[in-house]
Write a protein that binds this ligand. Sequence first.
Ligand SMILES: [Zn+2]
Length: 279
Amino acid sequence: MAIKETGLDVTFWGIRGSTPVPGPQTARYGGNTPCVEVRAGDAILVLDAGTGIQSLGRSLKQSADGPIKLDLFLTHTHWDHIQGLPFFQLAYDPENEINIIGPKRDGLSLVDCLERQMLAPNFPVPFAALQGVKSVTEMASGESRTFGEATVHAHSLNHPNESIGFRIEFGGRALAYCLDHEHSDPEAIHPGVMALAQDADMLVFDAAYCDEDYPSFKGWGHSTWQVGYKTARALNVKTLALSGFNPGVVDTDLDAIKAQVERLDGETIVATESQTYSL
Ligand SMILES: [Zn+2]
């Protein structure tokens, strides 16, 4: 991929929530759990390590002519956001430099959570075998840091066991990433989402459900595409990207959502694996 001095290139590698759902009913939009690649100049920023990170790894390896450096941002450590990490081949190569950044949570160490995912007998290889991982650090809600020439802001969202969202700014563009998150009040915008997504060029939002299904899932920590739409419009977001779909949402359901949002004002896309959007 050619290096751009301005703007962000955003590629989706996993768009499903909870568990991977491979098969003919999910083949068109993709069946992997969350992973998004962001190119900000020569910096590679990755959001979440769901199973989609395996495809990202293959893509990076194909285009690399030397060791790979990337920063991996984890919103939280629910399985679907970290389950690709033990299978992320780039992380086993000591020549690579992978820096993991995740939420600072009271009483929870991020590195402990990642190590515990790979403890025997549930997995045969320990986290320490990921020799390409050079650091694991935590970001607190409200914190901002620079990565290359990009600035990344973190803010807590509303989710069981706590999640954080991120806003990546580079070259005059901004991407907001709000997975996983449940709107506590459909008429009010969560302060974390507001802080991250105001005037963003793209907001990736938790669209696990539709409003019609939501009452059965209230309190599970996820939102609806309709809430995402209202939020994006209220915060002057240029493009809303719906993602994090519930495993029961198949491609024909996403076709129906796509048809509905295309009739509405503003740009809304249904995130699709291996598609790149230039902001
Ligand atoms: Zn979660």
